[in-house]
Design a protein around this ligand. Structure first.
Ligand SMILES: CSC[C@H]1O[C@@H](n2cnc3c(O)ncnc32)[C@H](O)[C@@H]1O
Ligand SMILES: [Zn+2]
Length: 437
């Protein structure tokens, strides 16, 4: 089926960052076949499905490069705590009781939220990942999935987790018509002993998949690393050979200039999570410095338990505003840069720059159509400025992934949202013992 959306402002996020007024995008069999000015009526007749999008804005599907989807069940369960207390006293005790059922419904709730807010690809690090993968298959979203591995356990449990992570990465890579790719994920330098990290990295090399890891999220973590291993976390991971593999690190808040140089030298990709970093009082990542040194900085939400939503429009706006305030430089992260972080830099961060992240002929047809009729869109001078500084996730009208329509009129077509709300609320109440309002 050949589909054409015309009469829209197209934000391509291509290398020239072209914005096409009264533009059009066409796709067939999941692949973009045309991006350019609106074709005349005669040319439009050649398409099987023609959508008049006049007044709308089309942009590439957003890419969330760090998430723990199933933790949507713990949204709002424990707020206003620093990372370590939040993890050790609140998250880990409850997560120890998570079953496959919790992950099934929690991740489905998260996927519904992400699709409806314009996210077409997400990176997920968690346990019971077969459940997440099956949800990805069924809902039509694109994902990079990894079984997160925490090594604070007896050796036989470490081995079992590693085997499970390998089996998962092997079994699911390329699944769902290529919408699923996989990575290996040691959770963090402070939860995985050095030899264990080496083993996980060896497994990533054997499987030829990238590595995803939390890095230098808090000052405390950095101090602890220096105390335990004599070096800061970036040098620690470099010595362990992590950066010899394609690597995506989450957070990267506490970095020296020397550490930024190491990340740049090794082509390490960063997932910047401003909402989570602010809420957990972790600090502010040196994003302008990272960008200036050529490090790819993408955007992630982290989980709904530390954010407390999975809305990349919010993260884009936060990224653009936060670094201006912090550096007192209005150009620290300009609007176009924030939009790239959520799109083409996201594609680069998941090593799929040739497939997704921009609207270009030959790429997969992952795109979002925004409705611009709401008052907050008017007047509009610059569509990129509007998407970053004024738009809201509720402006998302249509979402396509791989050319498949998955959200229409703000409704997710591939998910029974009422059932998901019911099951997720039921499981959350049982788990926490709290009655929900
Ligand atoms: C091994 S599965 C993933 C693991 O990560 C935990 N987690 C969630 N958010 C964060 C964060 O911001 N920093 C570090 N770890 C985090 C989650 O609770 C799971 O246990
Ligand atoms: Zn995380």
């Amino acid at each position: 089926m050949k589909t054409l959306i015309y009469g829209v402002t197209v934000i391509t996020a291509n290398a020239a960052f072209d914005v096409i007024p009264n533009g059009a995008v066409a796709f067939e069999n999941g692949v973009i076949t045309y991006v350019g000015p609106t074709p005349d009526e005669k040319a439009r007749a050649a398409y099987d499905e023609v959508l008049d999008g006049r007044g709308g804005v089309v942009l590439p599907g957003l890419i969330n490069t760090h998430c723990h989807a199933a933790m949507a069940l713990l949204r709002g369960y424990a707020d206003d705590l620093p990372l370590q207390a939040w993890l050790e006293e609140k998250m880990w005790p409850l997560e120890a009781r998570f079953t496959a059922e919790h992950v099934r419904w929690g991740s489905l709730l998260a996927i519904a939220e992400m699709l409806k807010t314009g996210t077409t690809t997400f990176v997920d690090m968690y346990d019971h990942m077969d459940e997440v993968a099956r949800n990805v298959e069924e809902t039509g979203i694109r994902a990079v999935l990894c079984r997160g591995v925490i090594g604070l356990c007896p050796r036989e449990v470490q081995v079992a987790k590693l085997e499970e992570a390998k089996a998962f990465a092997r079994a699911w890579r390329g699944a769902a018509d290529g919408r699923i790719t996989t990575m290996m994920a040691p959770h963090a330098p402070y939860t995985c002993p050095p030899d264990y990290i080496r083993e996980i990295v060896d497994a990533a090399a054997e499987l030829d998949v990238p590595v995803h890891i939390h890095l230098s999220e808090t000052a405390r973590e950095v101090e602890q690393n220096v105390r335990d291993y004599g070096v800061r976390p970036v040098e620690h991971l470099r010595r362990l050979g992590v950066f010899d593999r394609p690597t995506l690190v989450a957070h990267a808040v506490h970095l020296t200039d020397e550490e930024i140089a190491i990340l740049a030298e090794h082509g390490v990709k960063v997932s910047h999570n401003p909402g989570s970093n602010l809420k957990l009082a972790s600090g502010i990542a040196p994003v302008p410095k990272l960008l200036a040194k050529g490090v790819t900085v993408s955007l992630g939400t982290d989980s709904a338990a530390s954010n407390n939503n999975l809305d990349l429009f919010e993260e884009m706006r936060l990224a653009a505003l936060l670094h201006k305030g912090h550096t007192q430089d209005p150009l620290a992260v300009p609007a176009a840069e924030a939009l790239k972080m959520a799109t083409i830099y996201g594609a680069d961060a998941v090593f799929q720059r040739d497939r997704i992240g921009s609207l270009e002929v030959g790429k997969r047809a992952d795109l979002v159509l925004l409705d611009t009729r709401a008052p907050h869109w008017h007047p509009h001078y610059d569509p990129v400025s509007h998407v970053v500084y004024a738009a809201r996730a509720s402006d998302v009208r249509r979402v396509y992934v791989d050319g498949r329509l998955v959200v229409e009129n703000g409704v997710c077509l591939t998910i029974d949202e009422e059932r998901v709300r019911y099951e997720a609320s039921r499981l959350a109440a049982e788990l926490t013992g709290r009655s929900l309002f």
